[in-house]
Design a protein. Structure first.
Length: 259
């Protein structure tokens, strides 16, 4: 990343209220649900604010929530959209097309400054327009064995996706085009094969696909260099997707602060 690994962070706190948001009155969406008295998005912003590697924080959230105290730590608030593509365009608008931007989910309750600084430093060392964070299963189980995940088995190891990514804004339109194609093909095996290639799908099904092969195919599909970043910090992949995750996250926070 530019200037010795210092970057702008975009916190994605948009979207409509869901089942998680319904657990607390007046939460605009799940980002504004409180865990141990602090909203999830405020926790993420606080972790970013503590980072030496982050010089600016942009929060993408519903307009009606822009005055919410949970966003007070952000340098700028921008409107979200109906779809993630609109939120990404809003968050990245006007930014240097050649400078990496950190994309951060708003539902990472145990995210730490150390994990963020490490992620930014690793992105800076990669030659990529798009970097996607993930965590290896053995790392996750050592830290958070009670937190469930969907795992992908590759030849190199077993991984789950994380809540951090980085993008050079010049690659945004290519990414959004890919997301659109993926959405159209996700329930049609023949379309998926046409998108990724039978060779990749077969290798993945057999557990023979390597990280390097996945990166190469993603690069070809996007028309821009794409890399996976395997974080050694399990908290980058601990998020709140289900109602049951709320109580689990609160327990993790209590355990972290216990003497």
């Amino acid at each position: 990343m530019a200037r010795g690994g210092v970057t702008t962070a975009v916190v994605l706190a948009g979207g409509p209220p869901d089942a998680v948001a319904a657990t607390q009155a007046d939460a605009p969406n799940k980002a504004f649900v409180e865990l141990a008295g602090v909203t999830m998005v405020a926790r993420v912003i606080a972790a970013l604010r503590a980072c030496a590697s982050v010089d600016r924080i942009v929060a993408v959230a519903p307009l009606a929530a822009h005055a919410h105290p949970a966003l007070a730590g952000a340098d700028e608030r921008r409107p979200d959209g109906t779809h993630i593509s609109q939120s990404l365009r809003s968050g990245l608008a006007g930014m240097d097309p050649d400078r990496n931007v950190l994309l951060c989910a708003s539902d990472l309750p145990v995210l730490t400054r150390g994990a963020l600084d490490d992620f930014v430093a690793r992105v800076a060392a990669l030659d990529a327009d798009l970097t996607y964070g993930c965590v290896e299963r053995r790392v996750h189980l050592a830290a958070y064995p009670s937190v469930p995940h969907t795992w992908a088995r590759l030849r190199d190891g077993v991984y789950c996706g994380g809540g951090l990514a980085a993008i050079k804004p010049r690659a945004l339109e290519a990414l959004l085009h890919f997301i659109e194609r993926l959405g159209a093909a996700r329930k049609a095996p023949l379309r998926l094969a046409g998108l990724f290639g039978w060779d990749v799908l077969l290798r993945f099904a057999l557990g023979r696909l390597t990280v390097a092969q996945a990166e190469a195919r993603a690069t070809r599909l996007l028309g821009a260099p794409a890399r996976a970043l395997i974080s050694p910090f399990a908290e980058t992949a601990v998020n709140v997707d289900r109602v049951s995750d709320v109580a689990l996250a609160e327990r993790l926070l209590r355990e972290r602060t216990a003497p």
